[in-house]
Design a protein. Structure first.
Length: 336
């Protein structure tokens, strides 16, 4: 069977990394062509050969460019699998609550279009799939999920090579994106009375300037993947404080790099943990007292070893994802 993969396979973002891992998984069983061009004109020129020379088109990035792919794919009778990392309308409302209706309406139209025209919709966690089923009940029957691949062995090698975590250090990734609520983490640590240093990595987005004003923040901006993992290996506690996290690749990487972790309940990868306790979880991402108190506790009662031992590493391997994708792709090929 021939697969064409359309989307971000170039960037160093979590989505780009996840898409490249998915390509590796698909290549274990199929001939895989994929988009290589970055400029819109060149991408348009390569689009039709990608669609013509495949049996299944896998779309792995949310972009209006997909309008141009879906219609010819349907005309040529190609099956369409939509790989869903997040929900743009939800993220847009969080990031820009003042946004007028025009942009949100355009995003909603796109979401209904791409979900309606896909033969199979694959989410990156069971939690995320269930949320999408609630929002799009008409698509329930064609939804499935896989887990993102995380190279835990690479993370563990970095942990073993390092000098261990620096006492009093905290890390959050995601930069100034409102969805990550890192400004709340910075305030919580300031108010907690502890002498903590919060390292922040990621793009500026809308909250970057506010976060950098905190006296306890070290702002790293965008780091390479290698540098991010090295920073994790030197950090005591990784705090993910997202309003919603569809999976949480960085969280799993931080765990296997040696961090204790503090994480909200609404995080997709938590299904893979066997021994989560109250002190590991954030119940309210806006509760500064809770976050500060639990970070203080983790500084003296690390949870890293316990949570690493209780994590289902097999579920985030390329081998496991490849088998799951194979089953989904083959069921999709037979669905018409």
């Amino acid at each position: 069977m021939r697969i064409s993969l359309l989307g971000d396979l170039h960037s160093g973002t979590g989505m780009g990394n996840a898409n490249r891992e998915m390509r590796k998984s698909l290549q274990q069983f199929y001939e895989v062509r994929y988009s290589r061009k970055l400029r819109i004109v060149q991408r348009t020129l390569e689009l039709f050969p990608l669609i013509r020379n495949c049996d299944v088109l896998v779309i792995c990035t949310s972009t209006p460019f997909n309008y141009a792919a879906v219609i010819p794919a349907e005309i040529l009778g190609r099956r369409i699998v939509y790989f869903m990392h997040g929900l743009a309308s939800f993220e847009e409302r969080l990031e820009h609550p003042e946004q007028n209706g025009a942009k949100l309406n355009a995003i909603h139209r796109y979401e209904h279009f791409i979900l309606g025209h896909s033969d199979r919709i694959v989410c990156v966690s069971e939690l995320f799939m269930n949320r999408i089923k609630e929002r799009f009940p008409n698509c329930t029957e064609k939804m499935d999920y896989i887990w993102n691949v995380v190279d835990t062995e690479r993370c563990e090698k970095i942990r073993r090579k390092g000098n261990g975590p620096v006492p009093g250090t905290v890390l959050s990734t995601g930069g100034g994106r409102k969805q990550k609520n890192i400004n709340t983490v910075a305030s919580a640590l300031e108010e907690s009375g502890g002498d903590f240093v919060l390292h922040v990595a990621g793009e500026e987005f809308s909250e970057g300037a506010r976060i950098r004003r905190h006296r306890n923040v070290v702002w790293h901006g965008c780091l390479s993947h290698d540098d991010t993992l090295a920073l994790m290996a030197a950090t005591s506690v990784y705090v993910q404080n997202s309003s919603f996290e569809t999976f949480g690749i960085a969280l799993v990487e931080a765990l296997f790099c040696g961090c204790s972790i503090l994480v909200p309940e609404n995080t997709g990868c938590l299904s893979l943990f066997r021994d989560l306790r109250e002190e590991d979880l954030i119940r309210d991402v806006q509760d500064r007292e809770e976050i500060g108190r639990k970070v203080r506790y983790l500084m003296t009662h690390p949870n890293n070893e316990r949570l690493r031992k209780g994590f289902d590493k097999e579920a985030v391997t390329t081998r496991y994802q490849a088998e799951r994708l194979k089953a989904i792709i083959e069921a999709t090929a037979e669905c018409r």
